[in-house]
Design a protein around this ligand. Structure first.
Ligand code: CMP
Length: 140
């Protein structure tokens, strides 16, 4: 399995409930290494740009409002098969459908306030990592 990097975001519903450490513990227990991490408060323009792929979806404006409602923690995760590994440990987008032990099953409030984001492909991971981090910010 290739060593990969993926972009993770701990969302405002989780930072609001002081769950950053608990989310990180689940990520690390799943074999993912946090090789870059920063806490920031997204601007509306940043959230719109990050989720531009969803611009036509009915939930887009609510998603942008939610993602700017409090701090997020952007992270680069590294590990074998990191993109899929992170998606597995996050669980389904809708926490009602998420498997036991996944981050969204453990912590998410609903399909929007679902605690974490993770890149869905290696190609998108590279673009999403570059959205938040310079190469020199990432220490493997
Ligand atoms: P995320 O993996 O960050 O990708 C898009 C986000 O849109 C998703 O997680 C949810 O936070 C949010 N969202 C809100 N409603 C929906 C929906 N009906 N389907 C998919 N994503 C949704």
């Amino acid at each position: 399995m290739p060593t990969e990097r993926t972009l993770s975001i701990i969302k405002p519903d989780a930072t609001r409930r002081n769950l950053t450490g608990k989310v990180n513990a689940v990520l690390e227990a799943a074999g993912l290494r946090i090789v870059a991490q920063k806490r920031l408060h997204l601007t509306t323009a940043q959230a719109e740009a990050f989720y531009a792929v969803h611009a036509a979806r009915p939930f887009y404006r609510d998603l942008v409002t939610f993602m700017t409602s409090g701090p997020v923690v952007a992270q680069v995760l590294e590990g074998d098969n990191a993109v899929q590994r992170n998606r597995d440990v996050m669980g389904a987008t809708n926490p009602a459908q998420a498997a036991e032990g996944t981050i969204r099953k453990l912590f998410a409030e609903n399909i929007e306030a679902n605690s974490v984001h993770g890149s869905d492909s290696a190609e998108n991971a590279a673009a999403e990592i570059a959205f938040f981090f310079a190469g020199t910010d990432i220490v493997g």
